[in-house]
Design a protein around this ligand. Structure first.
Ligand code: HEC
Ligand code: HEC
Ligand code: HEC
Ligand code: HEC
Ligand code: HEC
Length: 469
């Protein structure tokens, strides 16, 4: 019996060793250099674009002559920084300047140093044949996602109107009034041997299955707010959109999305001996999960009890994000990011000491573009030089007294958030009524979102649950 058992163990060990050997020899050959699957939309750069008739050039600066306001907004947006962005540069160093990144970060061939030929091994971007691009314009590269990347095609300027009177040729393209224009770059599928629930930077599946998409929203409603103004110098006042694209680099935008509600849930008979609180993290006004896109991003929920001298007596923290193992295979272990109008509850308990004078509890929500460790690694290994760009922000912070005599009263009011969006005239649901109501069926009906079409605003209301008996 013992002999057979030993043989089995030895056999298993040999198989494991063989597999490990095979893995180290074969794996580096099969593992793709980039971490995502290639889709037609970004496999190739936008082909070379010549200057349309009637204008002097296709750099954003050239458009500014007549579209100054739009230019000024674009200039403040992350789209205009997508190449010079220090985080992009550092990660691009890490990825050995692989060309594929440029197809989204500097999408026109005019902006790219190399022309990309066939890939020796299909789908393996690092095996592509590169030749110098004779028409490469270095200054244009700096403009990142420039106006022309979205608007110029084959000598024509495409846009959302069918009746423009412009010095340059124009054409209506429905991409501008739908989510198609954003889909190109904001949806990365996963590839074989990569075990994501959904792809690495996939905002779309979260959006499509969520309540805002069902109400007829498009990305532009929140990220390019409607405005009545001249689309061009000397043109008529029209329905137009601000070219802002605010997101994770803007704490104000994140505060728009997140409602964080601290509720005192200490049972009456335990007041003075114990403190029980719940922080509800509510994805109130993002059209997708929070955070979305880049899987490095996450939120932390932090609780901290301090005494009257400011000494920390207890702290507790939680993470909201995706946890992905990158080596040896890409595997998503979990994803606890809430869908739109969904929420997560975090409980905190603390047994109070005899001396309760000056005791406080602080509950904080913080947003992180990446971890401190990852940030340090970019500095140490990948030449991140700009140390001033913030990469984590406090989104909300609330401090309450734990001393029963000075304890703040329990919160009973509803928490109301709203965002001003477009008149949703592109949405069939919205054309026949003045309000559309979405109630999330989370069992408790604590959240509802009301869209007022006439004013073009969305208000979400959170009703706190009563204290447990
Ligand atoms: C990421 C893609 C993208 C980039 C980059 C971009 N636009 Fe737009 N632009 C859009 C979309 C989408 C619309 C349609 C908005 C709507 O539905 O009215 C639009 C609309 C317009 C319009 C019509 C008026 C309006 O506001 O709707 C003008 C003019 C325009 N863009 C000029 C520019 C200029 C100039 C730049 C560069 C400074 C630029 N765009 C950069 C996507 C882009
Ligand atoms: C010499 C002035 C001038 C320059 C330069 C110029 N435009 Fe225009 N553009 C206009 C005018 C005028 C209109 C018409 C506005 C209207 O009808 O409301 C227009 C319309 C547009 C529209 C709306 C098209 C539609 O029908 O939906 C877009 C988009 C646009 N321009 C983008 C650009 C971009 C991108 C550049 C730079 C590559 C640029 N324009 C350069 C004057 C200019
Ligand atoms: C040509 C590719 C491309 C297109 C088209 C595009 N984006 Fe982007 N977008 C990017 C890239 C790349 C970044 C990140 C830039 C960076 O951080 O360096 C970005 C950033 C953003 C951000 C900010 C994220 C943050 O964390 O601050 C928002 C919001 C956004 N895009 C929305 C949109 C919307 C809405 C559309 C459609 C109208 C759109 N984008 C179209 C490539 C694109
Ligand atoms: C109902 C409004 C709404 C709609 C619709 C919406 N977003 Fe957002 N989005 C937000 C808010 C608010 C934030 C800020 C929260 C955040 O950064 O997590 C945000 C953040 C982002 C970010 C920054 C990433 C991050 O988590 O920090 C990207 C990228 C983005 N949105 C892309 C899109 C795209 C693409 C679409 C369409 C498929 C879209 N959004 C639709 C409201 C919206
Ligand atoms: C399919 C289009 C696409 C490709 C290809 C792509 N990116 Fe991006 N990248 C985006 C978009 C969209 C965002 C911002 C929104 C988000 O978080 O999804 C972004 C954001 C980033 C950010 C975060 C920037 C910041 O300031 O937070 C870094 C870093 C980055 N990309 C690096 C790279 C590198 C390196 C490559 C090549 C290995 C690459 N990207 C390829 C679309 C792309």
């Amino acid at each position: 019996m013992v002999k057979i058992k030993n043989k089995i163990i030895a056999g298993v060990a040999v198989v494991i060793l063989l597999l490990a050997g095979l893995y180290f020899i074969v794996y580096p050959r099969v593992r793709s250099h980039i971490i995502f699957g290639l889709r037609e939309d970004f496999r190739s750069a936008v082909p070379y674009q010549a200057v349309p008739a009637g204008i002097d050039g296709i750099r954003s600066k050239d458009c500014a002559k007549c579209h100054q306001e739009i230019y000024d907004e674009w200039k403040t947006s992350i789209h205009s920084h997508s190449y010079v962005d220090p985080f992009f540069q550092a990660y691009w160093n890490k990825d050995k300047h692989i060309w594929i990144c440029l197809n989204c970060h500097t999408p026109l061939v005019n902006q790219q140093p190399n022309l990309v030929g066939v890939m020796e091994k299909p789908g393996r971007v690092e095996t592509a044949l590169l030749t110098p691009n004779p028409r490469y314009d270095t200054d244009f590269q700096q403009e990142g996602i420039t106006c022309a990347a979205c608007h110029v095609r084959n000598g024509v300027i495409e846009g959302p109107y069918a009746d423009s009177k412009a010095p340059h040729p124009t054409r209506f393209n429905e991409r501008f009034t739908t989510t198609k224009i954003c889909f190109t770059c904001h949806q990365v599928p996963s590839d074989k041997f990569q075990f994501y629930n959904i792809g690495p930077c996939a905002t779309f599946p979260e959006f499509e299955t969520g309540p805002y998409a069902k109400q007829g929203f498009i990305c532009q409603d929140c990220h390019m707010p409607r405005v009545e103004r001249r689309a061009a110098k000397d043109g008529p006042v029209r329905h137009a959109r601000r070219h802002l694209w605010r997101g994770g680099h803007d704490p104000t935008m994140i505060r728009t999305a997140i409602d964080a509600i601290l509720t005192d849930r200490t049972p009456t008979e335990k007041i003075g001996r114990e403190a029980n609180y719940t922080l509800t993290f509510y994805n109130a006004l993002a059209g997708h999960k929070v955070p979305t896109g880049d899987p490095d991003r996450y939120f932390t929920i932090e609780f901290e009890v301090k005494d009257k001298t400011g000494r920390v007596l207890k702290s507790q923290s939680h993470t909201i994000g995706r946890w992905i193992i990158w080596q040896p295979v890409i595997l998503e272990v979990y994803d606890n990011r809430p869908m739109p109008l969904d929420y997560l509850d975090y409980n905190f308990s603390y047994r109070l000491p005899e001396d309760q004078e000056g005791l406080t509890l602080t509950a904080r929500v913080r947003y992180h573009i990446l971890t401190r460790r990852a940030h340090q690694r970019l500095i140490d290994k990948y030449n991140l030089t700009d140390l001033n760009t913030p990469y984590e922000f406090t989104i909300t912070e609330e401090t309450v007294s734990l001393n029963p005599r000075t304890r703040s009263v329990e919160r009973t009011t509803d928490s109301v958030k709203s965002i001003q969006v477009a008149s949703l005239n592109h949405s069939p649901q919205c054309q026949n009524g003045s309000t559309a109501l979405t109630k999330l069926k989370q069992g408790e009906n604590r959240h509802e979102s009301v869209t007022n079409i006439s004013t073009g605003s969305v208000t979400t209301t959170f009703q706190p649950r009563s204290v447990d008996p």
